[in-house]
Design a protein. Structure first.
Length: 127
């Protein structure tokens, strides 16, 4: 939420298998407590909190996004999260690079956490 509300202060966003849609993971029943709401209350105002619904200010500000995501992630499925976020961001005119790691899931492995492309992206956009 902070990045969307302060988009002009954000140089870039980089994520490793990030949640893009709270309905996908962790699910509204689990997520509602973090927002101090019931599941029904969160569902009613989901566009105010859901990452895939809060992209317009970031796209307008020209914030570049890079996500790394494994195509075998069953915890945070790529299509419902990074994939959907990339589609929506592109429609808004935003620039997003989605690096798909073949055959990998939601794992703590070098392909994700020692990714030179991610490091280069952040350095390139750092102030």
């Amino acid at each position: 939420n902070w990045a969307s509300e302060h988009a002009r202060c954000v140089a870039c966003i980089a994520g490793i298998f990030p949640v893009g849609d709270l309905r996908s993971y962790p699910g509204l029943k689990t997520a509602c407590g973090a927002y101090g709401m019931s599941e029904d209350e969160l569902a009613a105002c989901l566009p105010e909190h859901n990452p895939v619904d809060r992209l317009a200010p970031l796209a307008k500000a020209g914030v570049p996004i890079l996500h790394l995501h494994g195509d075998s992630d069953t915890v945070v499925p790529i299509e419902q999260n990074s994939g959907e976020l990339a589609r929506r961001y592109s429609k808004l005119g935003g620039t997003m690079e989605l690096l798909i790691v073949p055959g990998k899931g939601h794992e703590i492995i070098p392909e994700f956490f020692e990714c030179q492309a991610l490091v280069d992206f952040v350095i390139r956009h750092a102030g």
